[in-house]
Ligand binder design. Structure first.
Ligand SMILES: C[S@@+](CC[C@H](N)C(=O)[O-])C[C@H]1O[C@@H](n2cnc3c(N)ncnc32)[C@H](O)[C@@H]1O
Length: 245
C-alpha cells in the first residue's frame, strides 16, 4: 500500500492487533486498508454516515482485494452496528461529535466491550479527556502531530485514573510534552486566548476575562515547564514562539 500521510501514520502506529476494529468516519478508507493490509484485525467495521465517503472505502478495499474482511455501514456513529469492536478509531471529527458517538454506543452496550480507543479530535480535546476520564478509560498517549496543521492524537485503554485540571487542559501524558509540535500548539493556544481576552475586555465581559486570565497563567506555566524540561537549547524554539505575550 502507498505511504500514509504523517498524521495518519502517527495514528496507525498506535493500532494494536485486535479481533474487530472499527473505523468510524472511514471516508478515504486508508486506515481500514492499513489495518487489513498489516493483518492487525480479523475484521474491520468501516462506518461512515456519508454514502459517498463510504463508497471511497469500499472501492479502495475492493481494489486491494480485502473487502471480504470488512463490513460496510452507512450509518451515524457506532450504535447501529451489530458487531462489537474491541478497538475503535474515530479520527478527523470534532470532540463533541466523538463524545456523542461513544455516548450513543454506551446506551446500547456496555462500554467495557471496547478495550482500546484511538481518537483524533479536531477541537474540544479537553471535553474528550474529561469524557474518557469519567467513563473508565486511562489515556496512554496524548500528543500533537504536525502535518501542515497541528493535530491532537489520543489513545485510551480501559482503566481508572484521576486527571488534574492541567492534564485535562494541556494533555494527559508527560510523553506528549516532549516535542516542538506540542510547544507550537501551546503557543497557538496562548495566542488565541490573548486575542479573545482583548475582545472580551473591550466588551467588558468580566466573567470571561477572569477565566481567560486564569487559563493564560496556566498556559504560561506549562510553556515554561516544557521549555525548561524538554526543548531547552533547541534552536527551533525561536521559530515557534510567536508574538511576545
Ligand atoms: C474529515 S473526515 C475524516 C476521515 C478520516 N477518519 C481521517 O481522519 O482522515 C470525517 C468523516 O467522518 C464522517 N462522519 C462524520 N460524522 C460521522 C458520524 N456521526 N458517523 C459516521 N461517520 C461520520 C464524514 O462523513 C467523513 O467521511
Amino acid at each position: 500500500m502507498t505511504k500514509l500521510p504523517s498524521r495518519l501514520q502517527s495514528i496507525a502506529d498506535l493500532i494494536e492487533p485486535c479481533a474487530v476494529f472499527a473505523d468510524v468516519g472511514c471516508d478515504h478508507g486508508l486506515m481500514s486498508l492499513y489495518v487489513l493490509d498489516k493483518w492487525l484485525a480479523n475484521r474491520v467495521l468501516c462506518i461512515d454516515k456519508s454514502l459517498k465517503c463510504l463508497e471511497k472505502t469500499i472501492k479502495l478495499l475492493k481494489r486491494h482485494k480485502l473487502d471480504d474482511q470488512a463490513i460496510f455501514y452507512n450509518c451515524d456513529g457506532l450504535y447501529p452496528v451489530r458487531q462489537v469492536p474491541d478497538e475503535v478509531l474515530i479520527a478527523g471529527l470534532g470532540g463533541a461529535e466523538i463524545i456523542d458517538i461513544l455516548y450513543q454506543y454506551s446506551r446500547t452496550r456496555p462500554l467495557d466491550t471496547i478495550e482500546t480507543l484511538i481518537l483524533q479530535p479536531m477541537r474540544d480535546d479537553y471535553a474528550v479527556r474529561k469524557w474518557l476520564n469519567t467513563n473508565g478509560f486511562i489515556i496512554t498517549h496524548d500528543f500533537i502531530k504536525k502535518d501542515k496543521k497541528l493535530y491532537r492524537i489520543i489513545k485510551a485503554k480501559r482503566g481508572v485514573e484521576k486527571l488534574t485540571e492541567e492534564q485535562l487542559m494541556f494533555g494527559a501524558c508527560e510523553g506528549g510534552y516532549n516535542s516542538l509540535d506540542y510547544l507550537e500548539w501551546l503557543y497557538m493556544y496562548l495566542d488565541k486566548c490573548v486575542r479573545i481576552l482583548g475582545d472580551a475586555g473591550r466588551a467588558k465581559k468580566l466573567a470571561v476575562t477572569t477565566s481567560l486570565h486564569d487559563t493564560i497563567a496556566k498556559l504560561r506555566k506549562q510553556i515554561k515547564y516544557v521549555e525548561d524540561n524538554y526543548v531547552k537549547g533547541n534552536t527551533s524554539i525561536s521559530k515557534i514562539r510567536r508574538k511576545p505575550n
